[in-house]
Design a protein around this ligand. Sequence first.
Ligand code: HEC
Length: 151
Amino acid sequence: MKRVFAAAATCAALCAALPAAAQFAKPEDAVRYRQNVMWLMSNHFGRVGAMVQGKVPFDAKAAADNADLVAMFSRLPYVAYVPGTESIANTKALPEVWSQRDKFDAAASNFQDKAAKLDVAAKSGNLDQIKTAFGDAAQSCKACHDNFRAK
Ligand code: HEC
């Protein structure tokens, strides 16, 4: 027990000091991480979208739960755009992610803001508010993909 605690304490001290890149053992892991987060986020975003578009009946709790997940996922993928992973075989990230990092980070931050607003709107249970916030968030996905993701 003592040893486990000592190991955990060592990690707490050391791991905090490691750069973001060290969170991934291999470059492929960083690519997989950012793609998987995007995929999951897209899935939960789509569930809100289906209600917004009237394809499935509006369910306030499901909308709030899914928007909550989108807001959480919106904070995750950007640390995985580690330098050196721009040429990993199956990535669709364009080189501009790295050559225009400020612009990419701004697009990420704009999207996080829109995802947080969608979360607030979804908690209100008001479908009109959700529709507006969903549209804004979808725009910010597209804005980033247009500039930073290969077709
Ligand atoms: C700040 C930029 C940015 C924002 C915002 C963004 N994306 Fe992405 N997205 C990317 C990039 C770059 C890739 C390519 C990642 C790769 O292949 O390494 C990607 C990949 C994807 C993929 C493919 C995942 C896979 O399985 O390979 C989906 C789906 C996706 N995004 C959906 C979304 C949705 C939906 C939103 C908004 C709710 C969103 N994205 C917001 C940049 C962004």
